[in-house]
Design a protein around this ligand. Structure first.
Ligand SMILES: Nc1ncnc2c1ncn2[C@@H]1O[C@H](COP(=O)(O)OP(=O)(O)OP(=O)(O)O)[C@@H](O)[C@H]1O
Length: 272
């Protein structure tokens, strides 16, 4: 693992004000510490409402923490930036643009000329196996193909940090495992730091170097579990199942919470 830090959250708290003021305010994250090294693949699991999407939004810079600090590449995160790209479960592509136009869109927004942007987009779509579908509209593509377009959009932007919010949740099982493997290959080729939110423990363990187990506040961070298994991983590897059993126990709450939290300094030590 790299000793360089890709992004870091310190004592991050996010409170959404309720309609009735403070009384029904929602604490989405509370005192969260997380340090992720450059090039790491980190998965985040936890029950619905524990703040996984909020975590992605904060790192992306879509929203600001109520308290605490977030840095990416050593700089405070104050707004979205080209170093951080998000891939969502759906709504990730514009239905009124072709696959090519969708992928070229971000590059055009960054000021790249039309022809160059389209060339880069074509290369990314080729890489994602969609070379024959560059002029197709998302509505005519399968769910898996649409997510490939979304990944191609991320690919062309060459981010340092890729944030994925349940990107494969809506896909059938066969497409899902295929895209998991394609994502791992892209991650290895591109040197991204990845934060991957999922409800699927097997997916988290298969993909990640470390799995962050979140719970709803006030519990928050339950555990950061390293998955020390060689790559390429085999889905038939019994050790994946052992890790999954362990995580299920953690998520069931059958452990000493205080004992399992990992402080920022311990996370720094682990990066070293
Ligand atoms: N814009 C918002 N305004 C008010 N409350 C919000 C807002 N966004 C999120 N919340 C609340 O913050 C908490 C965390 O939400 P978040 O979407 O981050 O959880 P999650 O772990 O991603 O959930 P899921 O697994 O169901 O997607 C929830 O209680 C949610 O209702």
């Amino acid at each position: 693992m790299s000793t360089e830090i890709a992004f870091e959250l310190r004592q991050v708290r996010k409170v959404f004000p309720g309609r009735g003021g403070r009384r029904d305010a929602v604490v989405a994250l509370d005192r969260l510490d997380l340090v992720v090294g450059v090039g790491e693949f980190v998965a985040v699991v936890g029950p619905s409402g524990c703040g996984k999407t909020t975590l992605i939004d904060l790192i992306a810079g879509f929203t600001r923490p109520t308290e605490g600090s977030i840095t990416a590449g050593g700089q405070p995160v104050r707004s979205p930036g080209p170093d951080r790209v998000v891939v969502f479960q759906d709504h990730a592509v514009f239905p009124w643009y072709t696959a090519l136009e969708n992928v070229a869109y971000g590059l055009r927004r960054q000021g790249m000329g039309r022809d160059r942007a389209r060339q880069c987009a074509r290369e990314a779509l080729n890489r994602m196996g969609l070379g024959k579908f560059v002029h197709a509209y998302p509505g005519t593509l399968s769910g898996g193909m649409r997510q490939r377009v979304a990944l191609a959009r991320a690919l062309v932007l060459k981010p340092d940090i890729l944030l994925l919010d349940e990107p494969f949740a809506a896909l059938d099982a066969v497409t899902r495992v295929r895209l998991q493997d394609e994502l791992v290959m892209l991650w290895q080729d591109c040197g991204w730091t990845v934060l991957f939110v999922t409800h699927n423990l097997a997916e988290a363990i298969y993909l990640a170097d470390r799995v962050v187990v979140l719970d709803r506040p006030p519990t928050g961070l339950r555990k950061i579990k390293p998955i020390v298994l060689p790559r390429p991983r085999r889905r038939s590897d019994a050790r994946l199942g052992e890790h999954a059993e362990h995580l299920k126990v953690l998520m069931g709450g059958c452990f000493d919470n205080a004992d399992s939290e990992e402080s920022v300094s311990a996370q720094h030590d682990n990066l070293g």
